[in-house]
Design a protein around this ligand. Structure first.
Ligand code: NAD
Ligand code: DAU
Length: 351
């Protein structure tokens, strides 16, 4: 019986990873460690909340003594670390929250794992989930980020993730901690918090509100279906080489304005609106400070070494995502009204 602690399991990507592991590995104890910040929502996991191999622990990774306590109680064989402050715009207004959680929080986990495992690191694994944003920005020149691209972060968010990546490698090189890192491109799919571009746009289109597009909408992102990211994490956690880094991406670059135009047309069809109706909501607004121009991932290493590849075409994934949001109006309405926080914190406070 293996015990795996997944941090940030109540968030967008974390909840997909927790669900995959709980369902696929009935012989693993999956412990979801999450502080339930504004981005954490246990409603994301209501379908597996009572599974016998699942436990939720409310804990804050910035609090070292409570992390040590949880590690001593559950004695994990593996840690999959996703907990983070994840939104670039918030990092511009409150960089210290990102330094505390993404840098200090990661260091707390690394140190607690080193102490717990120091007598015998055989069979143990610390998996750090990171982002392509650590590599900085590309021009429109057909190049890609590889695992060897020099780090060049521009936002407080990406700088905090870059810093955490360096600490993960330092714990491997200095203390022999068995680590693995992945750097992934933009995810999309169900349970995505509506401050991020795609769910924000879906929600605004539904309510006939303006869709804010930063600058001229020329920036490019490489979009990957969240379930494909969760599958990659499963593959890398089990088969990745200790001390290695793997890039994960969809090979699916879209200019923001083209993506939003496609989304508008899908929404017109789903909502029975005239073609072109939703696109009238597109509103160009002041650009994000330090806005990275283009991200594009080369995931050849992961594909060739471990046999992973993306499963879905973007148009199909986007259509499925729109369907999920339209069929789960309560999920998004609860978030936008702030009601879910009160309800779930009350329900889970004694667990
Ligand atoms: P999210 O914001 O949706 O979820 C973050 C989760 O972490 C929440 O459940 C939150 O409650 C929890 N959390 C935050 N601070 C915490 C703390 N101090 N202690 C314990 N828990 C805490 O984030 P996401 O988009 O699911 O991203 C998850 C991870 O994947 C992050 O590390 C992010 O950098 C990385 N990532 C995200 C993307 C993306 O497109 N969203 C792409 C690549 C990598
Ligand atoms: O690349 C991986 C990263 O992707 C992750 O590490 C981050 O956690 C995740 O938030 C995401 O970062 P982005 O900044 O790329 O995602 P976001 O959804 O905020 O923005 C996507 C693009 O859309 C970006 O170019 C900014 C633009 N944008 C965003 C918002 C919220 C807009 O034009 N309008 C908006 O309202």
């Amino acid at each position: 019986m293996k015990t795996i602690i997944i941090t940030g399991g109540a968030g967008f990507i974390g909840s997909h990873v927790v669900r995959l592991f709980v369902n696929k590995y009935p012989d693993y104890n999956i412990v979801n460690l999450d502080a339930l910040t504004y981005a954490g929502n246990l409603n994301n996991l209501s379908d597996i909340a009572n599974a016998p191999n699942y436990t939720f622990v409310k804990a804050d990774i910035t609090d070292f003594p409570s992390i040590v306590e949880v590690f001593n109680q559950y004695k994990p064989d593996g840690i999959i670390h996703l907990a983070a402050e994840s939104h670039v715009d918030r990092s511009i207004t409150d960089p210290f929250a990102f330094i505390r959680t993404n840098v200090m929080g990661t260091c707390n986990l690394l140190h607690a794992a080193k102490e717990l495992w120091k007598a015998d690191m055989e069979g143990k694994r610390f998996y750090h989930v990171s982002t392509d944003e650590v590599y900085g920005a590309l021009e429109f020149d057909g190049t890609f980020f590889t695992e060897n691209t020099k780090y060049d972060p521009h936002s407080p968010y990406s700088a905090s993730k870059a810093s955490s990546d360096h600490f993960v490698r330092a714990y491997h090189d200095t203390y022999g901690l068995p680590v693995v890192i992945s750097n992934c491109s933009n995810n999309y799919g169900s349970h995505h918090f509506p401050e991020k571009l795609i769910p924000l746009a879906i929600n605004n289109i539904k309510h006939n509100k303006p869709i804010p597009v930063y600058g001229k909408g020329e920036n490019v992102r490489d979009w990957l279906f969240v379930n494909d990211h969760a599958r990659a994490i499963d593959t890398i956690f089990h088969n990745g080489k200790s001390g290695s880094t793997y890039n994960i991406g969809g090979n699916n670059e879209w200019k923001n304005i083209d993506l939003i135009t496609l989304l508008c047309s899908i929404m017109d069809r789903k909502l029975g609106r005239q073609e072109g109706e939703s696109a009238k909501l597109i509103t160009f607004v002041t650009d994000r400070a330090g806005h990275d121009l283009r991200y594009a991932i080369d995931s050849t290493k992961l594909q060739e070494e471990l046999g992973w590849k993306p499963s879905l075409q973007f148009e199909e994934g986007l259509e499925r995502t729109v369907d999920w949001y339209l069929n789960n109006e309560e999920w998004i309405d609860n978030i936008t009204s702030g009601e879910y926080k009160k309800y779930y914190e009350e329900q889970y406070k004694n667990r």
